[in-house]
Design a protein around this ligand. Structure first.
Ligand SMILES: Cc1cc2nc3c(=O)[nH]c(=O)nc-3n(C[C@H](O)[C@H](O)[C@H](O)COP(=O)(O)OP(=O)(O)OC[C@H]3O[C@@H](n4cnc5c(N)ncnc54)[C@H](O)[C@@H]3O)c2cc1C
Length: 377
């Protein structure tokens, strides 16, 4: 710790430099507050750099996440421009192969969440993207709202911009061991702060473990792939029928029940491994493809070929092409809770704890950061 960090008092200390912590830092810095962000890693290494970088509005949980995603998307657009973060592509195509999926999309179109969306016939979809040749494609939901960033580059740039343009102080390779307001005890000394935002991702045993113990949290492990450039440009992020029973904005609609029944018979293995399809494209043309969902307190760190094959099987069915060669594989984990998509708690008057528990932190983090700061100041 530098001498100035030990003597200076901050308005806000943020624990965790993932997207949620950076979002809280941004919201506070925009109010002119003095902010320090403390993270145990030398650079971002958690869910925030392992994800698709897919800032999804369409399909988010209607009750509590859709409005947050709308707000976060606006902030991402502004921040990306200011921080020099490329928006790699925009929009989303949800391709439906089954009549039951078409009904879900039609029901979705009748809701307020369909703002910015329309249905495309297969003819129109193929005119726009002739390389999508899946013979079973029945309809495509097109949304123009989504954004995509390359997270492994975007998160470091966001942190650098917070430091350079907003004067946010970063303490890296530093674990926060305890909070005794106004003292934040770290592995490298004590930081003084009037308020603290704890944004620890899926670390439930470090700070306030008793408090977090009441929330029945677990972790979700996801397998991810990067495929070589297929030689054409996607019209946006792509999803398929399986996404309609996983993303709550569709899955909670009554119209989704017949699709759930049919998929339970036809794609039981995919459902068993929590596989659904998201395909996004990078600036170099490569495709990030996933994912699977396995839940455990400590998920194993291994990637299973059988699961990757299920993901690629859905890729073939939805796009109608052979997947290009796999060039990278990785796993990521995020916090999960069955009964809530986000946890915001106040263990003390001047401390907030925030954990996104549904795997949508890239899409909703900026709104959650604003909420944290509003409730603290
Ligand atoms: C494979 C994968 C794909 C995903 N795809 C998407 C997607 O496309 N769109 C989307 O919206 N969401 C997606 N998500 C979810 C999203 O990435 C997460 O919800 C989000 O990144 C969580 O951000 P976070 O800041 O809470 O956690 P993290 O990114 O995990 O950051 C938490 C940070 O806190 C630090 N920390 C914890 N405790 C301490 C301590 N005591 N002291 C110091 N530092 C500490 C850690 O070192 C870490 O850097 C995906 C997640 C995964 C894993």
């Amino acid at each position: 710790m530098s001498r100035s960090q030990s003597t200076q008092r901050f308005d806000l200390a943020v624990v965790g430099a993932g997207i949620v912590g950076l979002a809280a830092a941004l919201a506070a810095a925009r109010r002119g507050l003095r902010v320090i962000v403390i993270d145990r890693d030398a650079q971002a290494n958690g869910a925030s750099v392992r994800n698709f970088g897919f800032i999804t509005v369409t399909g988010q949980d209607r009750k509590s996440m859709w409005a947050r995603a709308c707000r976060s998307r606006e902030i991402w657009r502004d921040v990306a421009a200011a921080a020099g973060i490329p928006i790699v592509h925009t929009g989303l195509w949800v391709t439906a192969r089954r009549p039951e999926s078409v009904h879900v999309l039609e029901a979705f179109m009748a809701t307020e969440m369909a703002s910015g969306c329309r249905l495309l016939s297969p003819t129109e979809a193929r005119r726009r993207c002739p390389q999508l040749v899946a013979p079973e494609m029945a309809v495509v939901l097109e949304s123009t709202t989504e954004l995509r960033v390359e997270s492994r580059e975007a998160i470091p740039r966001l942190a650098a911009w917070l430091s350079g343009a907003h004067g946010v102080t970063f303490m890296r390779e530093t674990t926060v061991r305890g909070i005794d307001m106004p003292s934040v005890h770290t592995s490298r000394g004590t930081v003084q702060a009037d308020r603290v935002a704890v944004c620890p991702g899926d670390d439930f045993n470090g700070l306030y473990p008793d408090r977090l113990g009441a929330y029945a949290l677990t972790r979700c492990k996801l397998q991810m792939l990067r495929l070589a450039d297929p030689g054409f440009k996607l019209p946006g992020a792509l999803m398929s029928d399986l996404g309609l029973v996983r993303y709550r904005g569709y899955a909670d609609l009554e119209a989704a029940e017949p699709l759930k029944t049919r998929l339970a018979i036809e794609q039981a293995d995919h459902l068993k491994h929590g596989v659904h399809l998201i395909v996004v494209q990078g600036a170099d043309g490569s495709l990030v493809v996933g994912d699977s969902h396995h839940y455990a307190a400590t998920p194993d760190p291994f990637s299973y070929e059988e699961v990757d094959e299920l993901i690629l099987d859905e890729f073939r069915a939805a796009l109608g092409i052979e997947p290009p060669p796999t060039v990278e594989r990785w796993i990521g984990t995020y916090a999960s809770a069955a009964d809530r998509p986000v946890l915001i708690d106040a263990p003390e008057d001047s401390v907030r704890l925030a954990i996104v528990t549904c795997g949508a932190g890239a899409s909703t983090g900026f709104a959650i950061g604003e909420e944290l700061v509003s409730s603290l100041f």
